[in-house]
Design a binder for this molecule. Sequence first.
Ligand SMILES: C[S@@+](CC[C@H](N)C(=O)[O-])C[C@H]1O[C@@H](n2cnc3c(N)ncnc32)[C@H](O)[C@@H]1O
Length: 401
Amino acid sequence: MTPEARIAAAVDILDRVLAGEPAERSLTTWARGNRFAGSRDRAAIRDHVYDALRRRRSALALSGQSTSSGRALMIGLLREDGGDPGTVFSGQGYAPAPLSAQEAEALSSAPVRGDLPEAISLDLPDWLVAPLRARLGDDFGAAMEAMRHRAPVFLRVNAARSDRERAAEALAAEGISTRHSPLAVHALEVIDGAGRIKSSQSYLTGLVELQDAASQAAVESLPLTSGMRVLDYCAGGGGKVLAMAARAQGTWFAHDADPRRMADLPTRAERAGVAVRRIPTERVAVEAPFDLVLTDVPCTGSGTWRRTPEAKWTLRPERLEELTRTQDDILSDAQALVRPGGALAYMTCSLLEQENGDRIAAFLMAHPSFELETERRFSPLDGGDGFYLACLRRNQAASFP
Ligand SMILES: C[S@@+](CC[C@H](N)C(=O)[O-])C[C@H]1O[C@@H](n2cnc3c(N)ncnc32)[C@H](O)[C@@H]1O
């Protein structure tokens, strides 16, 4: 496909996404209906679509138009990236149709990037500027600029199987080049060949897992020692429990309010060579107490919006409120499962303090038998996703219910 044909495809896909279809589904549907497109074409189209979704607000402003459409977003994106929309939108071959008189007129009177208001140039909904600035301080501009671009891909080397040097060599032999990430001891950042990971032997045999470096660093901060009984209370696909199990010998339990979310866990655990017991909600109290209970709670995901940019535009204050209530409820349920002297860990992939420090402060007020032991905040400027960890210790003298 020509570069122009890829842009025409991105325009069509973006129109479907703007009409409400999830981006992944639109990309898959397009690929099924256009089998002539090779893997490089599909990757390039995907990049266009995700770039436009991450930079949706600034791209629309730079197009000079007032209503989002696939064409408007790609026109604005091309402009910011130094391309000439008038040349690309030529109607020649498989290029998108030429600019209409109205589009050309809007483009000629559109503002330049340097004149865009801050929230637009940083591609943020207005209501999120204040809380994110409050959290990030002087890093606000740079961190939000980083969020406008593609996230790096990280692998976690399974410490139970290998070390970073040997894993990097095995990956290189399969065409995947990596470098050590300073963020976490077992993290490799993928430089080239990310598309080959899931079919590589290194991945299929459990030598490496896909996992963001900030998540890995947070797991490294957990007070894990061999022989512990550990519950991952919001286990989902099991990313955290597998990372914990790679660090220490222990008895590993996984729970999720929606057990279907744990469907892949047995396969992943087998690949990694660890045993994880899934337990239904009614068995959790029977298995308690635990030495460590991890709550990797549902959140806005504001630290991962580079990967899921649609979520940035659909989040509403009411949903944030609802999530903070769920987070409080989970902490309150999980604390009862911790043995006296044991630990309760709380994680989010959010940059918003309402979901992070504020929740822990509220919890500590209501539960004086716990004290804060460790707190870590990661922003995209650290290299990985935005992430938060708080580790709380239950008073030794507290009684177990
Ligand atoms: C952020 S995801 C967990 C991701 C997972 N730990 C990982 O590393 O792959 C949050 C999970 O919490 C689960 N969840 C939501 N409400 C819950 C509750 N009240 N109790 C336990 N789990 C809950 C969701 O089903 C979801 O799978």
